[in-house]
Ligand binder design. Structure first.
Ligand code: NAD
Length: 341
């Protein structure tokens, strides 16, 4: 990792490959900016980009990301997407921006709605403006199934009614609309990927955590798992490896633009998830039931046919296999020095 402050301009800049460079036999790797690249999903994308030979710049303020996630082969800029100048500097000489930096989650947004909007909407405008000025033709926005609000039909296709019921859903929907408006205004082909429940290595437990890290933490500590409601509610869990592959397709598929749902296209009950997790861990912990949580949807399932058709998206990691891999990573992460944020 090369580390530099957001204000310094001393770093050697690599230019993306141009036809002249290729003719001269001098091919520089394309340079990709990943905002939020120190986070759970972003760091998995960075690894994939580096392994295909891209040069990667990470812009992250480490507010929820983790220094240990930062790949040593990437250039790291400690900075905030709410600051337009920082984003512009980070985007210099890049050919694509994968925009993941965000204040993540419904609960966090209900606690801090203004900060959610500043990171998720103003941050996205700063990214789009940096792209426009730098003549970058594609931003891939990490959006969320949270834009749909109360679910009316299953599976959920891209044109399902969008009526978010949290500031997070509203800010993600507004960020999507901004990306699409830039497609109409400028020579841009922005793509918005609406993730359902993503899980996998680098996903850590936090106060606003998702169910899989919470269950893993309880199982690791040999504490009972708490399930809200009867546990027969369903969710569509998609492995981060598949989400990372979809980001690369979205970045490099010529002509792709618009919104895409990204899930596994399958769903599992929370009761079955708990059974699968105790199974892969080999630890038997009791399951306790508690009152359903207000605002939790009953069922969720993505229609991923559009992503399949246009981005060649095929979820390849089965849930049991993905959970076994996650448990291995989780135990290693817990038994090594903890992440310092
Ligand atoms: N994890 C999921 O299931 C899920 C579902 C739907 C959408 N998403 C979206 O995917 C993206 C990545 O989420 P994640 O789960 O990896 O979360 P994460 O918290 O691990 O990653 C977000 C990253 O953005 C950084 N960040 C936050 N605010 C910033 C700011 N103002 N400036 C610079 N960096 C900032 C954080 O430090 C962190 O590294 C987010 O946009 C999120 O809304 C995630």
């Amino acid at each position: 990792m090369s580390l530099r402050g957001c204000g310094s301009a001393d770093a050697m800049r690599q230019k993306p490959a141009s036809p002249q460079h290729i003719q001269m036999g001098w091919v520089m790797p394309e340079r990709i900016l990943v905002t939020g690249g120190a986070g759970f999903i972003g760091s998995n994308i960075v690894q994939r980009l580096l392994s295909r030979g891209s040069a990667v710049v990470i812009l992250d303020d480490l507010s929820s990301g983790c220094a240990q996630n930062i790949d040593k082969d990437a250039e790291f800029i400690l900075g905030d997407v709410r600051d337009a100048e920082t984003v512009s500097k980070a985007a210099e000489n890049c050919s694509v921006i994968l925009h993941l930096a965000a204040s993540v989650g419904n609960k966090r947004s209900i606690d801090n709605p203004a900060s959610d909007a500043a990171s998720n909407l103003i941050g996205t405008i700063n990214v789009l403006e940096a792209a426009r000025k730098e003549q970058i033709h594609r931003v891939v926005l990490s959006s969320s199934a949270g834009i749909f609000g109360e679910l009316k039909t299953l599976p959920i296709s891209e044109d399902h009614p969008q009526d978010p019921d949290s500031p997070y859903g509203v800010s993600k929907l507004a960020a999507e609309k901004m990306c699409l408006a830039y497609n109409k205004l400028y020579d841009m082909r922005n793509v918005c990927l609406r993730y359902f429940n993503v899980y996998g290595p680098h996903q850590r437990y936090d106060a606003y955590g998702n169910v899989i890290p919470i269950f893993a933490t309880r199982i690791f500590q040999r504490d009972p798992i708490t399930i809200y409601g009867d546990g027969e509610q369903t969710r569509d869990f998609v492995n981060v490896r598949d989400v990372a592959a979809a980001n690369l397709s979205a970045a490099f598929t010529q002509g792709a633009q618009g919104v895409f749902n990204l899930g596994s296209g399958t769903r599992v009950t929370i009761n079955d998830l708990a059974r699968l997790m105790t199974g892969v861990s080999g630890r038997d912990v009791p399951i306790e039931y508690s009152a359903p949580r207000k605002g939790d949807v009953r069922d969720s399932l993505a229609d991923i046919s559009k992503a399949g058709r246009i981005l060649d998206f095929v979820p390849r990691t089965g849930l049991e296999e993905g959970l076994a891999e996650y448990w291995g990573w989780f135990v290693h992460d817990r038994t090594n020095p903890p992440c310092r944020i």
